[in-house]
Write a new protein. Structure first.
Length: 273
């Protein structure tokens, strides 16, 4: 009996240990990244510390910037006066995209909200390769590599060479943008913050951010997605960054909106939405 009691006690201790571990890791990656790999970072702007990290190694892996690059590109465009303000309109050239919302004239606000690739591709040639590269170097943005082309470098699929960045580097860029610490005019950073506003949650959290989507395959079934965000309410202020990659073909849709939803789900679980 004494032997059985010892075994029972050991089993109880093991179960308690497992329960304790699960409690301390209440939001394991599988809760949010089922059937995919990914990472999430929540940086507290007030304490200067990370309040949550999911998938640390994945967060250290560089991926194409995709349409999240519109955020630093907006700073460059406003700073260099390529765009005068958020209302400046660029005319659509008539070439049709598969997304109908893209096929029209756009200003800087709708460039960001509708994620208009052709708008970005008008800006970079006006900056010129030399100035474009200098901004990337000065911003210390990802791998700073635009050797594959100044109108496509950030759009290449994950397995190809291009302008790539880690989740941690995305956080660093967003911190500098919200703290006016980029080597650009304060007005350019202010305008960029304005055009990245998305929504305010029912509980009063203001969300600014940008999605980014890409694909591992020509059939566009294996998706990659980013969401970079700034969240603020009263004296609470955070930077959140999520990326995700499908592990198999799926019809779940573009990766960027899915990364955004993962972010919002995690924020809700943390009481920040």
């Amino acid at each position: 009996m004494k032997f059985l009691s010892l075994i029972f006690a050991a089993l109880v201790m093991t179960a308690c240990s497992a329960t304790s571990k699960n409690s301390s890791e209440k939001m394991i990656p599988e809760n949010f990244f089922a059937d995919k790999k990914g990472c999430f970072l929540l940086y507290n702007m007030k304490t200067g510390m990370y309040d949550k990290v999911i998938g640390d190694e994945e967060c250290k892996t560089r991926y194409p910037a995709c349409s999240t690059f519109k955020v630093p590109l907006a700073v460059m465009a406003f700073d260099a006066k390529v765009l005068k303000d958020e209302n400046q309109v660029l005319k659509w050239d008539g070439r049709k995209d598969i997304r109908p919302e893209v096929n029209k004239d756009h200003n800087a606000k709708t460039w960001m909200s509708d994620s208009v690739v052709w708008f970005s591709q008008r800006i970079t040639p006006k900056l010129g390769k030399k100035k474009f590269q200098k901004y990337l170097n000065d911003f210390d943005y990802g791998n700073k590599d635009i050797s594959s082309g100044i109108t496509t470098a950030w759009l290449n699929p994950p397995q190809k060479k291009g302008l790539q960045i880690t989740a941690y580097e995305q956080v660093d860029f967003m911190k500098k943008l919200w703290m006016n610490q980029l080597p650009a005019s304060e007005r350019s950073m202010e305008l960029t913050r304005e055009i990245t506003y998305l929504e305010t949650s029912p509980n009063g959290f203001k969300l600014n951010g940008k999605t980014g989507s890409n694909f591992y395959d020509k059939e566009r079934k294996i998706n990659f997605g980013w969401f970079i965000a700034h969240i603020e309410k009263g004296d609470q202020e955070y930077i959140a960054v999520t990326n995700m990659s499908d592990l198999a073909p799926t019809d779940a849709g573009y990766g960027g909106p899915r990364a955004k939803q993962i972010t919002k789900d995690i924020l809700k679980s943390e009481g920040l939405w």
